[in-house]
Design a protein around this ligand. Structure first.
Ligand SMILES: [Zn+2]
Length: 289
């Protein structure tokens, strides 16, 4: 299928018309808003542009960022991953564009409800429904991550370090892969700040990560210095609706992830240390056409 994409160029439209199979493929890509393919170094799902917004500054090519707040340019509707057809479209897009790094950060609040469920608190049926929905989204991410191994690409999954989603059988199976690294980082080390009733401070927010890139794992694994040097800085606790605001990655975290991706690409022989805005793609069929 990918080799056929080479044929989809402006100057080759006549040849496309001669082949029903290629024309069918072209129509699929056209519906996805992809009449030409470009390099895609980093893309994000369940997210507005966060990490990819800094990509060009580090000589990397931004791809896509899809979540409920972003609209599909083809029909103007949001990327609602509750809809199976939307998930299929994203899977096809990931398979087609092959971003070097795919970052997934599905909704996580439902997984903190398990404790309440075990204590019989609140509307149990409603919480079970929310949990089932959230689990479905984590499973969707995992499906996309497995696809990464088949193509020698990378993923980075983010969820709260204490979330019970890490204990789901499908996640455990992923974590058991010898190339996958499960690690933890603290947001205070990347400068995540908030102001509580007292004054501004940094937010620790223990964050869990899983990735198949050792270079990216190293970058996201920085822990608070308070752990071994006593209280050197004041942590602001995320309460009273502040958790939503903490979904915004600090710039230092975004650039750390991208530095990891650059180092990984250099280690893979796909990029030179002095490259700015240039990198070698693993499969030449993805060159811009
Ligand atoms: Zn700290």
């Amino acid at each position: 299928m990918l080799s056929l994409m080479l044929l989809i160029g402006e100057s080759q439209s006549a040849e496309i018309a001669q082949s029903a199979e290629i024309e069918e493929l072209y129509n699929v890509l056209k519906q996805m808003g992809m009449t030409s393919l470009k390099r895609n170094d980093v893309s994000e799902i369940y997210s507005r542009p966060r990490v990819m917004a800094y990509a060009q500054k580090l000589g990397l090519a931004p791809g896509f960022a899809l979540d409920l707040c972003t609209a599909d340019p083809n029909d103007g509707t949001p990327w609602d991953f509750d809809v199976p057809a939307r998930r299929d479209k994203v899977l096809l897009r990931v398979q087609t564009e092959q971003p070097k790094l795919l970052i997934g950060s599905p909704m996580c609040t439902a997984f903190s409800l398990l404790q309440d469920l075990s204590k019989g608190k609140g509307n149990i049926e409603e919480k079970k429904r929310l949990l089932a929905r959230a689990t479905k989204h984590v499973h969707f991410c995992i499906t996309l991550y497995w696809e990464r191994f088949q193509n020698g690409r990378y993923f980075l999954h983010q969820h709260p370090d204490s979330a019970t989603s890490w204990q789901r059988p499908a996640m455990i199976q992923l974590l058991m892969h010898p190339d996958v690294i499960r690690t933890e980082g603290h947001m205070c080390t990347y400068g995540m700040k908030f102001k509580d009733a007292k004054e501004e401070g940094v937010v620790m927010k223990p964050t869990g990560w899983a990735t198949n890139s050792p270079y990216i794992a190293e970058q996201v694994s920085v822990l608070s210095s308070n752990r071994w040097r006593g209280t050197k800085h004041r942590h602001v606790h995320l309460i009273s609706g502040r958790a939503k605001a903490a979904e915004v990655y600090p710039p230092a975290l975004c650039t750390a992830i991208l530095k990891g991706l650059r180092r990984q690409s250099i280690a893979d022989g796909l990029m030179c240390p002095k490259d700015i805005g240039k990198s070698v793609v693993r499969n030449p069929t993805y060159q811009k056409i």
